[in-house]
Design a protein around this ligand. Sequence first.
Ligand code: GLU
Length: 287
Amino acid sequence: MDRPITRFAPSPTGQPHLGHAYSALFGWHAAREVGGTFLLRFEDIDPNRCRPEFEAAFTRDLAWLGLSWPEPVRRQSEHMGDYRAALDRLAERGVLYPCFCSRKDIQEEIARAGAAPHGPEGPLYPGTCRHMDPGRRAALLAAGTPHALRLDVATGGHQAGPLTWTDREVGTVAAQPGILGDVVLARRDVATSYHLAVTVDDHMQGVTLVTRGRDLMEATHVHRLLQALLGLDVPLWHHHRLLMNERGERLAKRDGAASLAALREGGATPAEVCQRLGMPPPQRIPT
Ligand code: GLU
């Protein structure tokens, strides 16, 4: 790939910290060192958690680090029609089903069953609503009962056949689309989800190299299936290491001292931050 298009796609739910800086610099270098394009995208589908002031903080802190990107940036909240269209295509293929379960219903169902298939993040959705009697489903829908839409991964996987995806470090991997179970593609409160929006956006923005943390590697199996079902372009991936705090946990919002604003206010320069992350500072190449 000679001139990759990469992106950094934060959810503006808190102050940007060193982990974000590492991920953004990683994506920036992967593209710009070889004449490619680095994009910034805000994954702001959750109105309860995303705030304009955090978005402004990302823009300010990334520019302070010396990163640049083409404007306007894509904001997922402004593209709900694209996700709706993708959901319609999946519904036509018969790989979506409405799920009326609350979190509590799911926990109770798992407890009742005594055992549930486990994924990397704990028990998977037990499939309660996948097996719902069609008459009952139609009645609940007709009554306007709130529901999420889930991907029927077994049916989708069957339609798509065997799939692979390639990580620049790990190599080519056989996709396991069921690894996270029947994931939610449209939430009860928001008409899309992370998995759907990220997959549609990467295609629509022409992203050819998805750089992101290793914590999202399982999600890639699901995204690969969505790409196959929706007929979307398949990028290359590079899942990078995660930054840890001194307790060996993944750096998070609660590690306030690692926020870029706190570091800057404490007198750190962008070059020092880059050095601490083991990253060359970005040259100011115009976009
Ligand atoms: N929005 C996601 C996050 O903040 C990143 C999504 C991705 O890079 O695929 O963790």
